[in-house]
Design a protein around this ligand. Structure first.
Ligand code: ASP
Length: 307
């Protein structure tokens, strides 16, 4: 039987029931459910995994609840710098952007690089120039303004502190999606505003192929969220794929090894979403919580926040 499957995340971290109001919890759950079901409909109608993950991530980028696109956190300078990447498991084609400003949907820019560039990874003003050339949507500073995020940044802007968005009282996060389409193709995409008060053009794992995002039809598709400095050095997404490819691990075994053992002993907090070529889904995390949702033709819509 042909299988189709999708999973999305909206960030992992210190997310507990005590830190949440009923209204906020409902808002997150509704956003996750609508997004996963919309992207699933695309797969059901015969759409590609690549289109489904791009659409899911773009939808999440437009929701201020999440630290990506519109809801991106403030940098040390009081602006927004966004990172995103996308990968096709069939062709191993990939597109990635780092440190871009004013782009409405960084994941659409990553996809445009995949489709229309000989390069994989563009950064800063060059990436913005490429976006202008391809007539992608730009937004003014006000579009990215969020009162809570502004307060969050003001508390630390005169210090050398920088923080993951999901520490503190209210929790937000990076967004991502993985999918398997009816033709058996896998894809993954991830997008983030990075860390509050980040400085020196800091870049995390999100736009780095193999660290925050990876897809390969012969193994799996992965999108990560967590403390980027650890995910980068642990090459998390590719590590899961390698355990399947070279050691014959199942998706679940590979995810457990990397997220619950290797990352934990390394000190890397966070999680990932994954789907393999047979449509098995895994959504492991070693933090208190992870905003997540999934759906397949074998499984009804699932939405979760806490452990
Ligand atoms: N991994 C992202 C980064 O370090 C942050 C996150 O997942 O929330 O930029």
């Amino acid at each position: 039987m042909t299988r189709i499957a999708i999973a999305i995340h909206g960030g992992a971290g210190t997310i507990t029931p005590a830190s949440m109001t009923p209204e906020l919890e409902k808002a997150y759950k509704t956003a996750l459910q609508k997004t996963v079901e919309e992207a699933y409909s695309l797969l059901e109608a015969g759409g590609t995994a690549l289109d489904a993950v791009e659409q899911a991530v773009a939808l999440l980028e437009n929701i201020p609840l999440f630290n990506a696109g519109r809801g991106s956190v403030f940098t040390k300078e009081g602006g927004h710098e966004m990172d995103a990447s996308i990968m096709c498991g069939k062709t191993l084609g990939a597109g990635a952007v780092a440190g871009v400003r004013s782009i409405r949907n960084p994941v659409v820019l990553a996809r445009t690089i995949l489709e229309h560039s000989d390069h994989v990874f563009l950064a800063g003003s060059g990436a913005e120039e490429f976006a202008r050339k391809h007539r992608l949507a730009f937004e003014p500073e006000e579009y990215f303004y969020d009162a809570f995020r502004y307060r969050q940044w003001r508390e630390v802007r005169d210090t050398d502190l920088f923080m993951l968005d999901h520490t503190g009282d209210r929790k937000f996060g990076t967004v991502g999606a993985v999918a398997l389409d009816a033709d058996g193709n896998l894809a993954a995409a991830t997008s983030t505003g990075g860390m509050t008060n980040k400085n020196y053009n800091r870049i995390g794992d999100t736009p780095v192929i193999g660290a925050g995002t990876y897809a390969n039809n012969s193994t799996c598709a992965i999108s990560c969220t967590g403390h980027g400095e650890y995910f980068l050095r642990a090459v998390v997404a590719y590590d899961v794929s390698c355990l399947m490819e070279y050691k014959g691990y199942s998706l679940q075994q590979a995810c457990d090894k990397v997220v619950m053992e290797k990352l934990v002993s390394f000190g890397g907090e966070g999680g990932l979403i994954a789907v393999d070529a047979s449509g098995h889904l895994a959504l492991p995390f070693n933090s208190e919580g992870m905003y997540r949702a999934s759906k397949s033709n074998q499984q009804a819509t699932y939405v979760g926040i806490y452990k």
